[in-house]
Design a protein around this ligand. Structure first.
Ligand code: TUI
Length: 319
């Protein structure tokens, strides 16, 4: 399959695996790249050594292209930028901010830069600064999100810029892949479906909770303070909502307790399996994800075959 993105990055399938913090290590990202997609190591809040170690591991697994996601709110963001340049990484995606100030160094190092954006204005601004493509992520996605849905936002971003657009948020099967292409995407990014993959080292409790989740089991917390995050409903999410309600009523709210709630919450769920008090970030597609520990290569093949079948069937409907 040939799209602007498969050509730009020299990959087989137009499918990115989201660079999820704590989740997307060399095991998961390496498997995706090996199978022909774009595996992306999730930098998250990890220190430089951890990112470097994952980069070196993935290089041992495959010669195919892979990426690193730099989470711009990370306290180690400058170190992680150094790491990707020093280690000769070819593709960088960014999340939760504007990567503008690092762009010259990325370009000088020959790195393809693909920021995640959540609006038309951000996409246009990124295009002007000379990035290679953008990922538009709808608010169906898990983790830190913007306000637009994929359905409404993706075609607006596609119309607003001349660089390739990768569609993300709400895509977990071939129907979603086909739909994103119909909206003008040149590739898709999938997160939640890969969280439960065989090669994902995420705690079994986390995987099981995604598999069991229904359509309306995610909720957005931190909408009023800090950064909105979508996760599966649990004790932590309920505490967040309750605390936010109380804080909104106060004139000079003390945020200490609220801020403490988030610290280590994702790690507690992903690594320790505390799916009650930890943050079980997931997209709204959790209700669509039913196969636990499916090998990454099978997921990729299934996504592509389903998407092809979808397009074929639709061509008859629209004859
Ligand atoms: O970054 C994500 N998803 C994430 S990051 C994350 S770790 C975290 N945990 C708690 C709080 C905050 C972060 C978990 N999930 N997705 C990509 C994404 N980027 N979604 C939205 C954005 C975004 C938001 C604002 C991109 C740019 C932006 O502003 C850019 C500007 O103009 O400054």
């Amino acid at each position: 399959m040939k799209t602007k993105i498969t050509e730009l990055l020299n990959i087989e399938y137009p499918i990115f695996q989201g660079g999820m913090a704590w989740v997307a290590d060399a095991s998961l990202a390496g498997a995706v790249s090996k199978a022909g997609g774009l595996g992306i190591i999730g930098g998250g809040n990890a220190p430089k050594e951890v990112v470097v170690s994952n980069i070196r591991k993935i290089k041992e697994m495959t010669d195919k292209p892979f990426g690193v996601n730099i989470m711009l709110l990370s306290p180690f963001v400058d170190d992680v930028v150094d790491a990707v340049i020093e280690e000769g990484v070819k593709v960088v995606t960014t999340g939760a901010g504007d990567p503008g100030k690092y762009l010259d160094r990325f370009k000088a190092a020959g790195i393809k830069v693909i920021p995640v954006v959540a609006s038309v204005a951000q996409a246009k601004r990124m295009e002007k600064t000379g990035v290679d493509a953008v990922v538009f992520e709808g608010m169906e996605a898990g983790g830190h999100i913007g306000k637009l849905t994929t359905m409404a936002g993706l075609p607006q971003i596609v119309d607003a810029v001349n660089i390739p657009v990768v569609g993300a948020g709400g895509i977990a099967d071939g129907r979603g892949v086909a739909a994103a292409f119909m909206l003008g995407a040149s590739a898709v990014q999938v997160g939640t479906r890969f969280v439960v993959a065989k090669e994902s080292n995420v705690h079994e409790n986390y995987k099981k909770m995604i598999i069991k989740a229904r359509d309306i089991d995610t909720i957005v917390t931190n909408e009023h303070f800090g950064h909105p995050v979508r996760a599966l409903k649990n004790e932590l999410a309920r505490t967040y909502i309750k605390m936010e309600k109380a804080l909104l009523k106060e004139e000079n709210p003390d945020m200490t307790e609220f801020d403490d709630l988030g610290r280590g919450a994702l790690m507690n769920a992903v690594v320790k399996g505390d799916v009650k008090k930890g943050s079980v970030m997931s997209g709204q597609v959790a209700g669509l994800v039913t196969k636990i520990d499916q090998p990454v290569s099978e997921i990729l093949e299934e996504l592509m075959e389903e998407a092809k079948a979808c397009v074929k069937d639709m061509s008859k409907v629209f004859e």
